[in-house]
Design a protein around this ligand. Structure first.
Ligand code: ADP
Ligand code: ASP
Ligand code: MG
Length: 303
């Protein structure tokens, strides 16, 4: 299981690199990918929702910014005309739906609409990454997590129904060919009646952990913009030191205390299932990163 955060897919060059990393992983493993919205896109959607509530939303400007950003990311497909055209069509359809959604929400500030708006970033990214993988000869497809992650209706930070999710995920996975790579939208779930929910900011970490646990993954590789977990946030503290390995259960407690920069629930499913995590940098893939190893895991995993 590979998870790429928004900073890992923030530019066309990075999307290309992420695709290379995935292709490399497919040479030795059966791969499932979870991806976030491109860096900054969810913030943009949150700001749009707030502006809508205040009556100050400039809808054409919002759509133009999202279009421009994703068209720039789609440059990675410049030599693959048909794949690029097909992605740009998906982009336009998604923007049309977003515009309609914002119109409806203007007159009905139901928080369910907010989650539907926030989910757009992941829905724009997963099809792009799947297209880039197809351009590299991998049988990849984008999967909207509304079909997989079942939640309650606590919009903004929905709670996952594990048993219902397990059944869906396992039934879904059983139908996927071994060589096929699904690219799943992080952050998103759905209520039993199919309305989109979100798992809380940074929720793609949790989505990936859920899928890794429910599929019995060998490892969850969390690719981000720093080369592992540090004693403190390395972007704020230059003296922060990187951990080489941590005991997963210990990291779980620190993460709940907000010390590791991941979604609060990100390690819950992994602790329950005893699945190791390898945190690595997309910007420096050659670095060793940090391993989170279940207390009873064979130490040889770190190689
Ligand atoms: P992504 O886009 O991959 O989801 P995030 O910004 O959500 O990335 O998470 C990575 C960030 O987490 C790092 O850039 C870092 O600033 C922050 N962070 C906070 N605490 C820590 C920590 N203890 N160790 C490593 N990173 C941390
Ligand atoms: N895109 C979502 C956010 O920015 C989820 C994530 O990045 O994990 O919160
Ligand atoms: Mg994140």
């Amino acid at each position: 299981m590979l998870k790429f955060g928004g900073t890992s897919v923030g530019s066309a060059e990075l999307v290309a690199r992420v695709a290379d990393l995935i292709v490399e992983a497919t040479t030795t493993h059966r791969v499932v990918v979870v991806v976030s919205a491109a860096a900054g896109v969810t913030n943009e959607l949150v700001a749009a929702w707030d502006a809508l509530q205040q009556g100050t939303l400039d809808m054409p400007a919002l759509l133009a910014r999202l279009r421009q950003r994703h068209r720039a990311l789609a440059q990675v497909l410049s030599e693959h005309v048909a794949l690029r055209r097909s992605y740009l069509a998906t982009l336009e359809e998604t923007l049309v739906r977003l515009a309609r959604l914002l119109e409806v929400a203007r007159h009905d500030p139901d928080s369910a609409w907010r989650d539907e708006v926030l989910a757009v970033g992941e829905r724009l990214m997963a099809p792009l990454l799947a297209a880039v993988l197809r351009a590299r000869g991998v049988a990849a497809f984008a999967q909207d997590a509304i079909a997989l992650i079942c939640t309650d209706a606590q919009y903004g930070e929905a709670n996952v129904d594990l048993e219902a999710t397990r059944e869906r995920v396992q039934r879904w996975f059983a139908r996927i060919g071994r060589q096929t790579v699904p690219v799943v939208t992080g952050f998103i779930g759905a209520t039993p009646d199919g309305r989109t929910t979100t798992l809380g900011r940074g929720g793609s970490d949790y989505s990936a952990a859920l899928l890794a646990a429910l599929l019995g993954a060998e490892v969850l590789e969390r690719w981000t913009d720093v080369d592992g977990l540090y004693t403190e946030d390395p972007r704020k503290s230059p003296d922060a030191r990187r951990y080489q390995t941590l005991v997963l259960e210990e990291a779980w407690a620190w993460n709940h205390a907000g010390k590791l920069g991941m979604h609060r629930k990100a390690l819950d499913p992994l602790v329950a299932a005893g699945i190791p995590v390898h945190i690595r940098s997309t910007m420096a893939p050659e670095r060793p990163g940090t391993w989170l190893l279940p207390a009873d895991a064979p130490q040889s995993l770190t190689g």
